[in-house]
Design a protein around this ligand. Sequence first.
Ligand code: ADP
Ligand code: MG
Length: 265
Amino acid sequence: MRMSARPDIRLEGVAKSFGAAGRRIEAVAPVDLVLAGGQMTALVGPSGCGKSTLLRLIAGLDAPTEGRISIGAETPDALRRRAGLAVAFQDAALLPWRTVEGNVALGRALARKPRDPRAIRDLIALVGLSGFGRRRPAELSGGMRQRAAIARALAGEPDLLLLDEPFAAVDALTRDRLNAELPPLWEARGATSVLVTHSVAEAVRLSDRVLVLTPRPARVAADIAVPLPHPRNADVLASEDFRALCSDVTEALRVHQFPQSVAAQ
Ligand SMILES: Nc1ncnc2c1ncn2[C@@H]1O[C@H](COP(=O)(O)OP(=O)(O)O)[C@@H](O)[C@H]1O
Ligand SMILES: [Mg+2]
């Protein structure tokens, strides 16, 4: 049971391009990758490099142009259809006619988990929305909608959690609190997770491994293990190791984003 909740994600020669021949946009170059079950992998890379495209392929929301993806023994599409994976994307797609509670409850229902009003209340409290359970999305700020979407994604207790810049619209204080309080939740479940983020510090703080991607088409420029202890408390975040890892990621981003300037030095 525990094992089945920790599927490896395997990408074999996965590429994605958009548009007709002649005006083709290559978003993802052929990529071979194994993301270990139960790990949190962060994807960082310049804007427009293909991060969201890669995540949509893993989510089974889009099909690769070449290659194949498996999650455990399943295809992404099969896993998605039995609600074994959950996504929280930057544009929080809540159902506008449902309340926050209704949206989070739907996350459980779609995953065929038993009704559990207490679990739903706890999740809403965790993302800082206590007192807003009866509100509809239109009555919330962008950051609050984002947090409701994270609660909904977690509500189904997915084996695989895919987060695309989930904290982009959240204020700095709330972001910091979510950075501290969400990881124990997915760690306790042993969920495999992939996080796209613009923040180097967030990538290092939340993950076991950071993949730095090249400008479009995305390929893996650097594969940086994050062997920091858990929980990533204030001591860990203040450590020399944490700072060194952030510098490694920043340097890999810089080298691949501006290769000319590096070559000229
Ligand atoms: N559905 C689509 N149709 C055409 N081009 C797309 C589509 N989705 C993404 N792209 C293009 O693919 C590239 C990578 O996009 P994306 O994965 O969203 O980048 P990122 O998330 O890293 O910012 C961009 O050039 C983008 O314009
Ligand atoms: Mg994106």
